[in-house]
Design a binder for this molecule. Structure first.
Ligand code: FAQ
Length: 318
């Protein structure tokens, strides 16, 4: 005898309340499934589009060592995209369908990847600030209520935190260099600081999804809570590095036990999310071209898999 809808819902609520994991075979509310598909797909797309600003620097890395490190980082991002698409597929969507939605601009990806990487210092700053923000946002997702997403995040966070450190190490090397190198690091910090704060999403009062996602324990903290955590973590790192964060309002507030900081330009975030950022068109055009020129690989892999399956059946029958 199958369970009544209210019993299924009660079982789901109890799983979430007990901090246990909801698994793909379990009953879940349709809106929970849709929210997860939206967030995991956006997250996967961000990893894949996020390969572009750095990929652009692989051929121009200043040494073989730096080239090998950057190549490995960009490959890790492709891997993160794959785990996340696989997690989304457990919810009943197909990776090919999600890719179509991305290249038709019907699904979002992180605003941060619509800014250009203009100098070699940008590669260090992307590691330090962008991966730093990603880690801050994603560590709590390791405790997300949906099992496949939470498990994917564990490995992703380990790799992102390694990326954050390698970015910081690159910047330390540049800061020990010439005045021109130090100026490059400061310039890159000035350009990436505010967009990094915007990665955490709109302010809480303007975030339509947070409340429900927190009730479902998909999100464990609000956008503003995580943004504050990032500022508090990054301000001393900037000081140790010897760069100035471009915010005259940034200062330690002993009463709050946290840093006060200025307001990001939320109008800019809206523009970038809605497709009018500096690189939106270029990023999607590049992704679409890569998808189209890779069609023969997908066809060949499918034909090969079909041939192997046929051989296995014939072998079993013989
Ligand atoms: N960019 O109600 P909320 C990385 C959208 S991975 C674009 O607050 P929510 C690794 C939001 O989707 C970076 N869109 O939404 C790496 C929603 O739109 P919708 C990606 C944004 O979901 C490093 C609407 O605005 N990380 O960096 C942004 O509760 C280096 C209203 O917002 C993740 O995806 C934005 N910044 O909270 C790779 C982490 N912010 O769909 C390469 C997982 C908001 O309703 C190099 N995701 N929107 O039309 C999350 O934690 C959440 O989805 C948030 C947004 C916090 C991003």
């Amino acid at each position: 005898m199958s369970a009544a809808p209210e019993e299924l819902e009660q079982a789901f609520d109890a799983t979430v309340a007990a901090d246990q994991r909801v698994e793909p075979r379990d009953w879940m509310p349709e809106a929970y499934r849709r929210t997860l598909i939206r967030q995991i797909a956006q997250h996967a797309h961000s990893e894949i589009i996020g390969m572009q600003p750095e990929g652009n620097w692989i051929l121009r890395a200043p040494s073989l060592r730096r080239k090998a490190i950057l190549l490995a980082k960009v490959q890790d991002e492709a891997g993160h995209g794959m785990y996340l698409y696989a997690a989304a597929e457990t919810l009943g969507v197909d990776r090919a369908e999600l890719t179509e939605k991305l290249i038709e601009s019907k699904q979002k990806y992180s605003s941060i990847f619509n800014y250009p990487a203009l100098s070699w210092a940008d590669i260090g700053v992307i590691g330090w600030l962008v991966d730093g923000a990603a880690v801050c946002n994603q560590v709590p997702l390791c405790r997300c209520s949906f099992g496949p997403y939470a498990r994917a995040m564990i490995r992703i966070c380990k790799e992102e935190s390694f990326h954050q450190r390698q970015g910081y190490e690159l910047l330390m090397a540049m800061m020990r260099g010439t005045d021109a190198q130090r100026a490059m690091v400061q310039d890159a910090t000035d350009r990436w600081w505010w967009p990094s704060l915007m990665m955490f999403g709109p302010p809480d009062g303007d975030s339509p999804n947070t409340q429900q996602s927190m009730q479902w324990r998909i999100k464990r903290h609000t956008n503003d809570e995580l943004r504050q955590r990032f500022v508090d973590m990054t301000a001393p790192q900037a000081e140790a590095l010897g760069v100035t964060l471009p915010d005259p309002q940034l200062r330690w507030n002993p009463e709050r036990g946290a840093h006060d900081y200025g307001e990001p330009d939320w109008e800019e975030l809206k523009q970038v999310i809605s497709g009018a950022g500096p690189c939106n068109q270029q990023r999607i055009a590049h992704r679409r071209a890569a998808h189209e020129s890779g069609a023969w690989v997908r066809e060949a892999a499918t034909a090969y898999a079909a041939k192997q399956a046929r051989r296995a059946t014939e072998g079993a029958a013989a």
